[in-house]
Write a protein that binds this ligand. Structure first.
Ligand code: COA
Length: 260
């Protein structure tokens, strides 16, 4: 597929999506948000791809937010499609069967922080900075930041970041649970690739069930979440990977999982 604002590479079994607008620190315009949705949908349907990395081009930014140059003179009806598209893309990312890891190589502000939060896992360079600075523009996050941040780090710290608009370091993001692991910048992509390969080696059906149970169950009551877990658990029993995994364990050999 061809993209104007992204570089999408497949290095089997990993797909790498790089937001590529370095002159504006990879800020997201409407076209880029649409392309992200198309890229993730395409990677979901590409059978050779089993794990995905999202990152930003250049050394300075993951994504520095929505493209503020597109804000001037706009009204709510002009901008609501942008927010809705952002929500749609995040839902594509969360609902697809394959895991997505954000490799946060620099500024992840506003929509950048929001896109990173829609990934399953976040790895960051020590130099990365996170934040929801929209308040300083007279705005609030519009691509899920008011909702996903609280779910990841708790309501109190989410309020602090959304109301105060301050940037935080990768280390602080790690301490509050926004980031899973922090690496020196030169190790970030290698370490992210290593982890993506590990996920890609897992039985893909079980991984999909784990993602569904976790992502859809989180917002449910405990009883509904447990019901969902039971359904996903049951689905594993109808897939040949389980028989293979159990046989491999008992026969003391490496499992040869079905990869579809
Ligand atoms: N939208 C559009 N352009 C942006 C941008 C954004 N979100 N973020 C950065 N840019 C542009 C800058 O305007 C600048 O363009 P120029 O070279 O034509 O002047 C270029 O990217 C480099 O950014 P600059 O501000 O010069 O870099 P810096 O190192 O001084 O600061 C940031 C980096 C990220 C702290 C700063 O650019 C910033 O605050 N960006 C906006 C973040 C934001 O509010 N995001 C949420 C938007 S809703």
């Amino acid at each position: 597929m061809e993209f104007n604002n992204l570089v999408v590479e497949i290095s089997k079994p990993i797909g790498i999506v790089t937001v590529n607008r370095p002159k504006v620190l990879n800020a997201l315009n409407l076209e880029t948000v649409g392309e992200l949705g198309a890229a993730f949908s395409w990677l979901e349907s590409t059978s050779d791809v089993r794990a995905i990395i999202l990152t930003g081009s250049g050394e300075k930014a993951f994504v520095a937010g929505a493209d503020i140059t597109e804000f001037r003179g706009k009204t709510a009806p002009d901008m609501l499609p942008f927010a809705r598209k952002g929500h749609d893309v995040a839902r594509i990312m969360e609902s697809m069967g394959k895991p997505i890891i954000a490799a946060v190589n620099g500024y992840a502000l506003g929509g950048g922080c929001e896109m990173a939060m829609a990934c399953d896992i976040r790895f960051a360079a020590e130099t990365a900075r996170f934040g929801q600075p929209e308040i300083m523009l007279g705005l609030i996050p519009g691509m899920g930041g008011t909702q996903r941040l609280a779910r990841l780090v708790g309501l109190g710290i989410a309020r602090e970041l959304v109301y105060g608009g301050e940037q935080i370091t990768a280390q602080r993001a790690f301490e509050i649970g926004l980031v899973n692991r922090v690496f020196p910048v030169e190790q970030l992509m290698d370490e992210t690739r290593k982890f993506a390969l590990k996920l890609a080696s897992m039985p893909s059906h079980a991984l999909k069930m784990a993602k569904q149970a976790t992502n859809y169950g989180y917002d449910q009551s405990l009883d509904n979440g447990l019901m969902l877990e039971t359904q996903c658990f049951a689905q594993c029993w109808s897939h040949p990977d389980l028989e293979e995994g159990v046989a491999a364990f008992l026969e003391k050999r490496k499992a040869d999982f079905h990869t579809g």
